[in-house]
Design a protein around this ligand. Structure first.
Ligand code: NAG
Ligand code: NAG
Ligand code: NAG
Ligand code: NAG
Ligand code: NAG
Length: 611
């Protein structure tokens, strides 16, 4: 009998060993096949795009015609997706939920305005964290958006010069038949956007002008001091003397609930999907549940980040919030002024008092990208646990989520508190006038190294960065982590082109004499290690890196420059949906991500520098 043998001692020891070897081999195999991996991801994206009838321009078109109807007629009857006060919203009209069709089609048919029954609601309400298979998780996410996810409170239309705020009045689905017939192409949407800009003052809606970022931003230390108890006390006094407004009362109730109960008992607020096949690689940990519907390759992610960073800083500046790029994103900035190609998200920080105000004014806002540049829509969501240090499950206080892909910018608030910083947290913390602040994940900073914030270009667009970059990065990643470290995550930094090149493409730069194409300034095919990918990528990055090199030789002290004179660089990466759609529709005969959409608008008018 062979079976009892399994129980003998030697086998008992060998079995785990064999299993480990299998695991390592499989892991190694995955590791080596990164090339194939990227190819498969792109294939999956193309396929999903092909199978889906969803077009992100459909909801934008419906919203734009709604606004134009108000401009033209000012009559409620004509406004089919809303009332004079705002629009109806259903996630099914605004996000591609087609990966959930298997379940959702029946509901769409039976209840066209988007209701659910208890069965689907129950299916949708399972915690995003519970460990499940990929397919099941995607279905759940789609059902969650369809049935459960709160609808936003308002939508911001970005025009060339301002943002127009359209309230959302209720939940209702229209479906492609109602929204669809008027879907416009990009040029029509741009026309419509300009009409809205010209007539925005005739609408009953609020609008705000876009603003140019400042060269230097001092931030008052008070912005880092927030006490929920003090706020509650103030509001209770107002309640007692009956001067409290409705909004303040709502805020008071929120603060009391969050302070007394939620912060200490809350589950993680921003969930990523937890997937069985992804336990070790953790690819899914960089997506916001329930928006996740597939893994995303490096170049698509770089495109999403490229568009998203600009949209965030534009939105924040317009509303008077400061935030700054930090950590991995800042490390990327040091090298060549763009995010590192493997970096899965963007980290920004902001003062707690500002985040508190942002939560009250803008929680659950959708921001629509200017149709000149892309089809992105972002959801701004603020966690109810932001008010103080909690039970260790919530480090992230807000998110700016690309609702098409589920990729996001993580926003964390920095605050001053009574916790004592560890002695190694920051050097010379005893020096006079140095205040310590930290995020909920215990990253400490002195205000001295953060402030004043300063302007820089990241991904070609205007952002803020902390004052003392080298002090922050050397503490976080070690003194040799930046500029001297040239190998990272299976990439090598090729200084002659200022780019991180995947080792699978080439580990060393080809000789300079064959590298560059004299005629167009790009890379020759040989110079790009025989990969069109690298030619395309160089085309995108070289303007950003050239500018970075010119301004930031000293990463802590940039040369003196006029932001308006330099201007924003064009949008250099193609919108992801356009990219896949153009290939599937045979609109293009190549697969290039590089584009160049000049940034238009009053605040960008006086640009004189070429680069
Ligand atoms: C439309 O009606 C609202 C209120 O009924 C009014 O305030 C607004 O000025 C009108 N707009 C136009 C373009 O007539
Ligand atoms: C009510 O209380 C608030 C908060 O303390 C105070 O600012 C306000 O002046 C008071 N109003 C009246 C009418 O007493
Ligand atoms: C923001 O909105 C979400 C979704 O409705 C809600 O869960 C959260 O508590 C809100 N955050 C704040 C700070 O009120
Ligand atoms: C940055 O910080 C380091 C050490 O903390 C300090 O030596 C340096 O002078 C600072 N640089 C600037 C520009 O403040
Ligand atoms: C651009 O230049 C014009 C004329 O010199 C000036 O009136 C305008 O304010 C400038 N715009 C910006 C955004 O600086």
């Amino acid at each position: 009998m062979p079976i009892p043998k399994l129980y003998n001692k030697r086998v008992k020891h060998i079995l785990p060993l064999v299993l480990s070897i299998i695991c390592i081999t499989v892991g190694l195999n995955f590791y080596l096949s990164e090339n194939i991996h990227q190819f498969l991801l792109e294939n999956k994206a193309l396929n999903q795009n092909k199978l889906s009838t969803f077009n992100p321009r459909t909801s934008t078109s419906a919203l734009f015609s709604y606004v134009e109807d108000i401009i033209q007629y000012n009559e409620t009857e004509l406004i089919h997706i809303g009332t004079k006060d705002g629009i109806y919203f259903h996630w099914d009209d605004w996000v591609d939920l087609s990966p959930g069709n298997k379940f959702l089609d029946r509901y769409r048919h039976d209840f066209p305005s988007g209701q659910c029954d208890s069965l689907l609601t129950k299916y949708a309400s399972v915690n995003g964290y519970s460990l499940e298979s990929y397919n099941k998780k995607v279905l759940r996410g789609m059902a969650n958006l369809y049935c459960l996810k709160d609808i936003p409170r308002k939508v911001f239309i970005t025009t060339d010069d301002s943002m127009v705020e359209v309230p959302i009045v209720g939940k209702k689905r229209f479906g492609v038949n109602l929204l669809g017939p008027r879907t416009r192409d990009k040029n029509q949407l741009v026309e419509s956007m300009m009409t809205i800009e010209q007539n925005k003052d005739r609408l009953g809606f609020r609008s705000r002008p876009l603003k140019r970022l400042q060269p230097i931003v001092p931030v008052d230390a008070k912005e880092f001091i927030f006490s929920p108890e003090a706020e509650i006390f103030k509001l209770q006094e107002k309640l007692n003397n009956e001067t409290i407004t409705e909004n303040e009362l709502e805020y008071l109730q929120f603060l009391e609930y969050s302070n007394d109960y939620l912060v200490d008992n809350s589950d993680t607020y921003f969930k990523y999907p937890w997937i069985t096949s992804d336990l070790f690689r953790g690819h899914s940990h960089h997506f916001a549940y329930p928006f996740f519907k597939r893994y995303i390759g490096d170049r698509e992610r770089q495109s999403v980040v490229h568009h998203m960073v600009r949209a965030w800083f534009q939105f924040a500046e317009m509303n008077g919030f400061v935030s700054w790029v930090n950590y991995g994103s800042l490390l990327g900035w040091v090298y060549n002024g763009v995010n590192m190609p493997w970096d899965t998200d963007v980290d920004v920080q902001m003062p707690i008092v500002q985040l508190d105000r942002m939560g009250r004014q803008f929680n659950k806002s959708i921001i629509i990208e200017n149709p000149r540049y892309g089809n992105a829509k972002y959801l701004l969501e603020v966690a109810p646990t932001y008010i103080k240090q909690g039970n260790g499950r919530n480090f992230i206080d807000a998110r700016f989520i690309d609702i098409n892909s589920g990729l996001y910018i993580d926003i964390s608030a920095l605050s001053h508190s009574n916790f004592k910083p560890p002695s190694n947290a920051v050097p010379n913390q005893d020096s006079l006038g140095t205040m310590m602040v930290h995020c909920k994940n215990w990253n400490w900073h002195t205000l001295e190294e953060l402030l004043p914030l300063r302007h820089s270009f990241f991904e070609g667009g205007s952002v803020y960065i902390p004052n003392n970059v080298s002090s922050i990065l050397s503490r976080k990643y070690g003194p040799d982590s930046f500029t001297t470290k040239l190998r990272f995550k299976k990439h090598n930094y090729q200084a002659d082109i200022s780019m991180w090149v995947p080792d699978r493409i080439c580990k060393y730069p080809p000789p300079t004499n064959i590298r560059f194409n004299e005629i167009n300034g790009g890379l020759t095919f040989e110079g790009a290690c025989n990969k069109e990918y690298l030619q395309d990528e160089y085309h995108i990055i070289r303007q950003c890196s050239a500018r970075h090199k010119m301004l930031n030789q000293d990463i802590d002290r940039p040369i003196d420059y006029d932001i308006g004179e330099w201007g924003e660089l064009p949008i250099l990466r193609k919108d992801a949906w356009d990219y896949y759609n153009d290939i599937n529709a045979n609109n293009v005969n190549h697969d290039r991500w590089a584009v160049s959409h000049e940034i238009v608008g009053k605040i960008h008018e006086n640009k004189t520098k070429k680069m």
